[in-house]
Design a protein around this ligand. Structure first.
Ligand SMILES: [Zn+2]
Length: 366
């Protein structure tokens, strides 16, 4: 495999890049969670990097800062760095190959490879470019933790086998009836100035199936294990068995994120060793809690990534009032097997519990 550390400048070296993946299904609040985490010292929220090649480099969508991708100073510098290491880079080809590697139909094969102790995603020459991307982001921004709300667990499985990437995972879970209702809304992407493209609007059945698929894979791949709590040093990778190494991971519920933002953010920050004393929150004590967000350089994702300033944290619970009973029952029935798996795979991750286990581990380590 090509050397992924062939970057052009100094520290931090590629081996130092911590990637904090927000995993789970769509419309779970990942944009808010990732944006808030990206405000912490040492963290950079990059947006959904699995779409960088197509939506950023090829289609020149707007960055979270408002500039087109090609004019954003951060991404211009990052891409120049990647191209110096990989002058042969073909963004459109890479985007298409990555899309094919992430198809849901490949899932059984990927899980079989993982069970055999092989890297789940068959390695490709593109992997050196992807590794270099994360290293270049760290070098350009000076941040050791790259927050990536790509959500797709298959992409997370690929990330954890990249050279020089130290993957940590926040598995964000939201009530599937809420996500199904949210998907039905008409929501402009905001990705291109003046263009009226809408976010995809999958139906109830499709969004339920996706909810089960992505949440179950995330729960199986990264169970919130007591042995790998927040702030833990990752275990060494046995040669050739990188995929079997347990990764520091925490599970956070959207409903907890809005009810107790400080607790949820502390748990999520802790899994990547980020300083939780600098949470970008204000209010509380009877007043609404707000996240105070500086503009981000997010490359793709929910249009909420373009919002900055104070954002009131309250549950988006429209579905409780507006979602027809039959629709709720349908989503509830379709997602029942997935919810059962989550319960049996460590659904004990209220933020307070995660923080307690982190504190216990810190105590044990010192
Ligand atoms: Zn930007």
């Amino acid at each position: 495999m090509a050397d992924a550390r062939a970057g052009s400048s100094g520290a931090p070296a590629a081996g130092d890049v911590v990637v904090l993946l927000v995993a789970g299904s769509g419309r779970s609040g990942s944009t808010l969670l990732a944006s808030a985490l990206g405000q912490l010292p040492g963290a950079f929220c990059a947006g959904e990097l699995r779409f960088l090649w197509q939506r950023g480099v090829v289609e020149d969508h707007r960055c979270g800062c408002g500039d087109p991708f090609s004019r954003c100073p951060v991404w211009t510098a990052v891409l120049a760095d990647v191209r110096r290491a990989h002058p042969e880079l073909d963004p459109a080809g890479l985007a298409e190959r990555l899309r094919r590697r992430m198809r849901a139909r490949r899932l059984p094969r990927l899980l079989a490879r993982r069970a055999l102790g092989l890297p789940p995603v068959p390695p490709s020459p593109d992997d050196a470019v992807l590794a270099e991307l994360y290293a270049a982001i760290a070098r350009t921004t000076g941040c050791r933790v790259v927050v990536d709300p790509s959500k797709l667990p298959l992409y997370g499985l690929l990330l954890q086998q990249l050279p020089g990437v130290d993957l940590r995972v926040v598995h964000l879970v939201r009530d599937p009836r809420a996500t199904a209702w949210s998907w039905r809304r008409r929501k402009p992407t905001g990705d291109r100035a003046g263009a009226g493209a809408l976010m995809p609007r999958p139906g109830l059945v499709r969004s339920s199936v996706l909810w089960v698929l992505w949440n179950v894979v995330a729960a199986l791949a990264w169970p919130p294990a007591p042995g790998a709590p927040a702030g833990a040093t990752p275990l060494p990778r046995p040669p050739g068995r990188a995929s079997s190494t347990r990764r520091p991971a925490v599970r956070v519920r959207y409903e907890d994120l809005v009810a107790d933002p400080a607790g949820a953010l502390r748990a999520a920050a802790g899994v990547a060793g980020l300083p939780a004393e600098h949470l970008p929150l204000r209010g509380g004590g009877g007043a609404p809690v707000e996240a105070v967000l500086a503009p981000t350089h997010t490359v793709a994702g929910n249009p909420d990534r373009h919002r900055s300033g104070p954002v009131v944290l309250r549950e988006d619970d429209e579905w409780r009032r507006a979602m027809p009973r039959r629709a709720r029952a349908l989503v509830g029935a379709l997602t029942a097997p997935g919810r059962l798996v989550l319960r049996t795979r460590g659904d004990r991750t209220a933020p307070a519990a995660a923080v307690r286990s982190a504190a216990a581990a810190d105590g044990a380590a010192s």
